[in-house]
Design a protein around this ligand. Structure first.
Ligand code: PLP
Length: 379
């Protein structure tokens, strides 16, 4: 048996998405920018998908820009807003690299986070004030809705209020890539000017995303070409992928409340069970502020990479909060920003549940993790 506990990395394709995509990969293969009947059939599918995506995100169809990933949506938001606004970008210290590196490319001031993994609002306010005092207009402020490593939900409403009061020319962007599976993004991100999502995090196909660009928000294109997406993102549409994303969104919204209740129970059983079974185990971030699927633990004295290998042998697919850069194991920037000591950050395990998770998955992890940790500790 395999327990797939890596939903934050990617999720299995929902059957609704697979079924919706198939006709677009065969009979309805047209380029939706054309004028003839085959093109029009693809255009109709694209238009319907746009309406469904807009409804799920609380936007109007004209506000949806389809992209080839969450990464691209984040790049378009930051680089596109900055190109017109100038000045400096601001983001939280726990953003995904798609945001963090885009912000760094244009010049960024990074807002601190608390030990619980929540953006420090006082720190953000001080940073916005300093930027304005320095005569550096803030072009874009990017704070994610839910973090991809520790799962913490950020106080986006309060962030937007701060920005409107202290840096009124700035555009507010939120990366809702990890949030959509768990939260009503249409309400939670209503205060943002720009909202990114990615299909493969909620049962859609990989390589498709979207950026909501609210009416009246100016954005320069990052990808130039044929002028698709009302000149905001050129490139022939991935119609099948977009239709798959729309179907996955609709299915996610329809079952979200029930899934959140079910998965919260599974996650709590998993986290509580492991904290009780593994001596010295520490939970990262404030669980009450996390999305339902997120379980992030640290096992001091155990190297994450070795733990992942043993868990894989035992049939548990998980991930670590660290990245392997140039051969050396690097502590995650998220845990560093939360003040977690480096050696502990390198002892992290992220178990992320999702719409297919079951009691059996939790059972297997509750057995495999304590055994693997004990083995690595020489027990
Ligand atoms: N933003 C967050 C918070 C993510 O977790 C991810 C994926 O890991 C991305 C952006 C990038 O999305 P994609 O994989 O579609 O490029």
């Amino acid at each position: 048996m395999t327990a797939y506990l890596d939903h934050a990395a990617t999720t299995p394709l929902r059957p609704e998405a697979a079924a919706a995509m198939l006709p677009l990969l065969s009979d309805r293969f047209g380029n939706p920018s054309g004028v003839h009947s085959v093109a029009r059939a693809a255009r109709q599918a694209l238009d319907e998908a746009r309406e469904a995506v807009a409804a799920a995100l609380g936007a109007s169809p004209g506000e949806v820009v389809f992209t080839a990933s969450g990464t691209e949506a984040d790049n378009l938001a930051v680089l596109g807003a900055h190109a017109l606004g100038g000045g400096t970008a601001v983001c939280s210290a726990i953003e995904h690299h798609a945001v963090l590196h885009s912000c760094r490319a244009v010049g960024v001031r990074v807002a601190p986070v608390t030990a619980e993994g929540i953006v420090d609002l006082e720190g953000l306010a001080a940073l916005l004030d300093r930027a304005e005092q320095d005569g550096r207009d803030v072009s874009v402020v990017s704070v994610m809705l839910a973090n991809n490593e520790v799962g913490t939900v950020q106080p986006l409403g309060a962030v937007a209020e701060l920005v409107r009061a202290r840096a009124p020319r700035a555009v507010v962007h939120t990366d809702a890539v990890q949030a959509f599976a768990w939260m009503d993004v249409s309400a939670a991100a209503a205060c943002a000017d720009l909202v990114s999502v990615s299909a493969h995090k909620f049962g859609g196909p990989k390589g498709v995303g979207a950026l909501v660009v609210r009416e009246g928000v100016a954005l320069a294109p990052v990808i130039h070409g044929g002028g698709q997406e009302r000149d905001r993102r050129s490139g022939t549409h991935n119609v099948a992928g977009i239709v798959g994303m729309a179907a996955a969104m609709t299915a996610t919204v329809a079952s979200r409340e029930e899934t959140v209740v079910r998965v919260t129970r599974l996650r709590d059983r998993l986290a509580d069970g492991l904290l009780a079974a593994v001596p010295g185990a520490v939970e990262s971030g404030n669980r009450a502020a996390k999305v339902a699927g997120s379980c992030h633990l640290r096992f001091p004295g155990v190297e994450s990479e070795a733990l992942l290998v043993l868990l894989d042998e035992a049939g548990v697919c998980a991930s670590a909060g660290s990245a392997c850069a140039s051969g050396a194991l690097e502590a995650s920037h998220v845990l560093k920003a939360m003040g977690v000591p480096e050696d502990e950050a390198l002892a992290s395990l992220r178990l992320s549940l999702g719409w297919t998770s079951t009691d059996d998955d939790v059972e297997l992890a509750l057995k495999a993790v304590p055994e693997a940790v004990a083995r690595l500790r020489g027990g």
